[in-house]
Design a binder for this molecule. Sequence first.
Ligand SMILES: Cc1ncc(C[n+]2csc(CCOP(=O)(O)OP(=O)(O)O)c2C)c(N)n1
Length: 669
Amino acid sequence: MMKPDTSPQIFFDYNRKDLDDDTLLKLYRGMLKPRLIEEKMLILLRQGKVSKWFSGIGQEAISVGITAVLEKDEYILPMHRNLGVFTMRDIPLHRLFSQWQGKANGFTKGRDRSFHFGTQEFHIVGMISHLGPQFGVADGIALGNKLKENNKVCAVFTGEGGTSEGDIHEALNVASVWQLPVLFCVENNGYGLSTPTNEQYNCENIADRGIGYGMESHIIEGNNILEVYTRLKDLVESMRTNPRPILLEFKTFRMRGHEEASGTKYVPTNLIDEWGLRDPLTNFENYLLDEGVLSEVKIETFKTEFKNEIDKNLDIAFSEPAIEFNKTIELNDVYKPFEYQEIAEKQNKENIRLIDAISQGLKQSMERHDNLIIMGQDVAEYGGVFKITEGFVEQFGKERVRNTPICESAIISTGMGLSINGFKAVVEMQFADFVTSGFNPIINYLAKSHYRWNENADVVVRMPCGAGVGAGPFHSQTNEAWFTHTPGLKVVYPAFPYDAKGLLATSIEDPNPVLFFEHKALYRSIRQDVPTDYFTLPLGKASLLKQGEAITIISYGAGVHWALETLEQQPEIKADLIDLRTLMPLDTEAIYKSVKKTGKVIILQEDSMFGSMASDISALIMENCFEYLDAPVKRVGSLETPIPFAANLEAGYLPKEKFKEILLDLLSY
Ligand SMILES: Cc1ncc(C[n+]2csc(CCOP(=O)(O)OP(=O)(O)O)c2C)c(N)n1
């Protein structure tokens, strides 16, 4: 809304409605502070005292207006141009400065830069670099709020460029289907790095997409602080009584380069000039002067106050010594400490299949943890494609056993958000293969959060995996090595019903992210006597299934059963058979002990070889047990091809037959 040319210094037709002077001043001071911090940062950047800077100059009204509307304990998920969110939450500035300088008093112990951090203390969940997952995390936080019935709202930010990410579409859809109270705030500032909006999307307004998601949406003049504040206030109030998602498109402009070093050469100068006239701070300042709420003297007083605060806090941050590398601390912070509690099995046992054991373990965990939420495709009334959650809806209700749209990425991010908000989540991949569509949040969000800002991801991802069922390249993979490679994840891979039940219970107890592999070919073929009550088994402990002097066989999953079959057929082979059960943490002690006894090792896995578990275990053995070896370590895995469909091709692909040959060769070495 434009005012006629009569007062060129005030571009906006401000309407203070019933806002008192204090509120107006709070908003003014709210914008002034980040502006002054940024101006200082730009100087420090030129002096080489800060490394990188993403400027939010000209966009302050959005961060400040939204944060002013939300309660202090309502979560906000900002991006890289939202300094105003952090300052409005009154974070001590020296902590922000330490964060930007990679120092210990920041929020990430020097492990991540700029705005890539969160803080539970201030209810801020900062971004990861990857644009996209924040929206799904906001879904999870909002789902938590909805389940707690606390009438809280959460706000998440993105730029218009970020809206092209698939994660964003998934998260908007989930929020709409589940009616989650999230303010999805899109700051449309004209450019995504150098890409103008007309090369980013082909619709007039991003808010127009609301209709496609079945979601209320609004366009807001992002540089007009009073419009941002008053409209948000009304919307948030109505969301508290009528929880629902709202998509907001804030029209604004990026006044500086994507980051300072990259400049603005590609931005027509007339655009910068035009938007300069709409500066949110100077316009509002002029308006408040006009209204008599502000005076030149007051402006100077505020500026001096903030500049002093900035300088004082900079001194604190600059005088803080550089962080020191301490290997133990670095390694210890990858996972949240978890004290395993043994819950012993009771006497009652029944003979059940692997699939029943998993189902029982999951059900008893749901009974034990009333903050545990299950999410997955078709997991509710249908019971999941493998029927593991059959009957769960009747017992636990649809709030806790949630059918999801087909969107792995947003749901895994939702799990992260639930965890941030005090819940536990189990996410079922319909098939382990489909985890590729949720790879980003697992690798970048779940795995790295504790190391980065001390926030654990209490999420178990269930992974029905494996070949031997004639299901071809996209329903048969055993993809554990994608995850064992990533610090921050735990990976569990049981081969028996007893282990599966106890390890699943522990995986859910453990506050760290766990990939829990369940072999489909074993689901209905392997039976065992399993305690009927809830019990736990420790992660990181292998089991020694057979004992012998001649050779060590190491395996996990289906490979364990192939090895057992071989040993049954050839009882003359005296072997230690180790079932790893957990791949990360790995029970190296059990491995080394056996290798030192037998001097010969064969590692059998279903996965193909290069970059796999067998390769790493082999390397570990060579490095740690070389003097004890009487023969080269042998690895046996599947062919280096995708998994074929036809039964005889699949049999040729799998290493079962090859294993027998190599085992005999090695024995006679
Ligand atoms: C998944 C992903 N791809 C690419 C990038 C690199 N990148 C960082 S910011 C950015 C532009 C973002 O534009 P927009 O969302 O409009 O936000 P703005 O920077 O304009 O505020 C790009 C391409 C990234 N961080 N994440």
